[in-house]
Design a binder for this molecule. Structure first.
Ligand SMILES: *Cc1c(COP(=O)(O)O)cnc(C)c1O
Length: 439
């Protein structure tokens, strides 16, 4: 497969942008390749600037649940553009979208629209702090909630008592109030609450962790978080930026029947446009400006193009779910891919249309387990798939996403290519031996 144009664009881009990209994982550094520059996408396919076609399992990291460029979404965006790109004033469609979200996710009594998942989680935490009058927060190792300063932490050497910045440029003082617990480890959460009684504003968690591959909550874990936050008067925030409208119309909170106090949404909610939402209980959200003392604002928030794309996407999801059982269908297709990944010896975690195949023999229940993956082997697997027209995440620690547009034919083709990887590897090992014998 020739990628000459892509390569030459990449060489130009690295002079203009750090790593040649506007978000790190696009740089393919962890799979030792140059980024592929994309030109257009339709349905389950994405096309690079050299004209190569790929079956896409990245789906823009989650938003693309209907597949790329759904005609109804494109039409809604075009119509909205004709009326004006931004007004900096309220519009009717913000109400329509808010009512739809509330209808699907009743815990969202009051909400605020923003432009990115990072903004949503950052603002939700600020609101939880303003509401409780407390400073400390608990997050889980391996969960990602965007790139705001206070959330870029790793557990310090004295794990469970201190945390340190996980990025240069973040002052230690910005993360000293962020406590790090371990996913699926109730005891780690209990200890933090006991040591910091009446000081913890909130617990923020991905109800299904989808930024360390895909890690499912063990039975009772989310219920436990609900109980302990209630007990200590802390706010429970579900970061459903990935799982919202992905695991089902009501997100992970509906699926697991655990109701958080606050929720953050992103990705699918904007239908491919920059849009995210935070919200929850009325008594908490009433602390947000202009009626409350927690300040938060945005010039382009609730943007008319993004709301149009979001409304149309949610409408289509609801219609497809009612008519044809969309989420069951998505799960079935995803299970087919999962079985192929298992066949070649990967450890697979899946929920609905989210999945990850880890290059490890170990069951993956938390971040430490995920780290046992052979990332070199993953890089080989990634390259093999890409060269055969299958586009998956260029990192072992990102999820694979399926969309309604993935055809059975393309799924079968993908499975055949995945299952052939073993033969190719044997071939590789064989030629490596031959090369060595030549030396
Ligand atoms: C993607 C993601 C974010 C950050 O969203 P951006 O729009 O990239 O800022 C936050 N939380 C979770 C769970 C995510 O997957």
């Amino acid at each position: 497969m020739r990628q000459d144009m892509s390569e030459s664009l990449y060489q130009k881009a690295v002079k203009l942008m750090p790593g040649g990209v506007n978000s790190p994982v696009r740089a393919f550094l962890s799979v030792n390749r140059s980024s592929v520059f994309m030109e257009r996408a339709k349905g389950d396919k994405i096309y690079d600037v050299d004209g190569n076609e790929y079956i896409d399992y990245v789906c823009s990291w989650g938003p693309g649940i209907l597949g790329h460029s759904h005609p109804k979404v494109i039409e809604a965006v075009k119509e909205a553009c004709e009326r004006g790109l931004t007004f900096g004033a309220p519009t009717r469609n913000e109400i329509v979208l808010a009512e739809m979200i509330q209808g699907l996710m009743p815990s969202m009594e009051v909400m605020r629209m923003v432009n990115s998942g990072t903004e949503a989680t950052m603002s939700a935490i600020r609101t939880a702090r303003g509401y409780t009058g407390r400073d400390k927060i608990i997050k889980f190792k391996g969960c990602y909630h965007g790139h705001s300063d206070g959330l870029l932490v790793k557990a310090g050497s004295a794990a469970l008592t201190s945390s340190v910045p996980d990025s240069a440029g973040v002052p230690a003082s910005y993360t000293e109030n962020t406590l790090v617990a371990f996913y699926n480890d109730k005891k780690s959460v209990e200890e933090l609450f006991e040591k910091n009684k009446d000081e913890i504003a909130c617990v923020i968690v991905e109800p299904i962790a989808a930024n360390m591959g895909v890690v499912l909550p063990e039975e009772g874990f989310l219920e436990f978080l609900r109980e302990i936050t209630n007990k200590y008067g802390a706010v429970l925030i579900f970061d459903e930026v990935i799982t919202g409208f992905r695991i089902g119309l009501g997100g992970a909170q509906e699926y697991y029947k655990v109701t958080p106090d606050m929720t953050t949404l992103g990705k699918i909610v904007g239908g491919g446009m920059p849009m995210a939402v935070y919200g929850g209980k009325k008594e908490i959200m009433e602390h947000v400006s202009p009626i409350g003392k927690v300040y938060q604002a945005g010039t382009l928030s609730g943007n008319p193009i993004a709301t149009a794309a979001g409304i149309t996407t949610l409408c289509l999801l609801v219609k497809k779910e009612e008519k044809e059982g969309l989420y069951k269908k998505l799960e079935k297709k995803t299970t087919r891919i999962a079985s192929s990944l298992r066949k070649i010896g990967l450890q697979v975690n899946q929920k609905g249309s989210l999945l990850c195949g880890y290059c490890t023999k170990q069951e993956v229940k938390n971040y430490e387990d995920a780290l046992t993956s052979d990332t070199k082997k993953y890089a080989e697997f990634f390259s093999y798939l890409l060269d055969n027209g299958i586009y998956v995440a260029p990192s072992q620690f990102e999820a694979m996403f399926l969309s309604d547009a993935h055809s059975d034919e393309d799924i079968e083709k993908t499975c055949r290519i995945i299952e052939d990887f073993v033969t190719v590897q044997v071939g590789l090992a064989h030629s490596a031996v031959q090369d060595r014998m030549k030396d």
